[in-house]
Design a protein around this ligand. Structure first.
Ligand SMILES: [Zn+2]
Ligand SMILES: [Zn+2]
Length: 207
């Protein structure tokens, strides 16, 4: 019994996954592309000042492990640490102590960020940006989008909803209003993170 049922389930999930994740980014409404491009340019200029090896590492990691929504380079040069013998970039000084205190956990998050970034990099730019803005699955809110392969995209009431895997599809569709509310919540990173990262005042991050 188990032997036949399991592969079927996997197959069904794979079909769902391929069906939804290949949906193209047609007709998404009024994004400010210019502002986005400017922000990207600023980040790439900042990262370009790092040594070549670090540029690669920071680009692969893309986000700070302590502030999962914080793009490396968006707040000035990211800071390179060595934790458990592994290079880890954090977005700002305020994240150094937490990152070190996290030890193995910090290294694990960093690895996950690298995997997720590599996966999301395969998406068209607008899709990638949308998935990165949501960051976590609307159902499994600890599931980093891209960490379980290509994220699944649904449309609920015409709004894009990203999920970590096909297994979350049914739950997302079962309660559309709650799913959309969760997406909105996830897109407000300030609500979710432990310490408050304003855009500017990193100087008075508490130690
Ligand atoms: Zn920081
Ligand atoms: Zn999932």
């Amino acid at each position: 019994m188990m032997k036949t049922r399991f592969p079927l389930l996997v197959l069904a999930m794979a079909v769902l996954a391929s069906g939804f994740s290949t949906t193209s980014a047609t007709g998404h409404e009024g994004h400010d592309h210019e502002a986005m491009q400017k922000a990207e340019k600023k980040i790439s200029d900042t990262l370009a000042k790092l040594p070549a090896e670090d540029q690669k590492l920071a680009a692969a990691q893309r986000f700070c492990p302590m502030m999962a929504y914080s793009r490396l380079g968006a707040m000035g040069a990211p800071i390179k640490l060595t934790i458990e013998g592994k290079p880890v970039f954090v977005c700002c000084k305020g994240c150094i102590d937490d990152a070190k205190a996290g030890g193995t956990a910090t290294v694990k998050i960093t690895e996950k960020l690298k995997d997720a970034s590599a996966e999301l990099a395969k998406l068209p730019p607008a899709e990638r940006a949308a998935a990165e803005a949501q960051k976590y699955c609307a159902i499994n809110t600890k599931g980093l989008l891209g960490s379980m392969g290509a994220p699944i995209k649904l449309e609920i009431d015409g709004k894009p909803v990203y999920l970590c895997c096909g297994g979350c599809t049914k739950k997302a569709q079962a309660n559309p209003a709650a799913t959309l509310a969760k997406v909105e919540e996830l897109k407000k990173p300030g609500m979710k993170e432990g310490h408050d990262h304003g855009d500017k005042d990193h100087a008075d991050h508490k130690k």
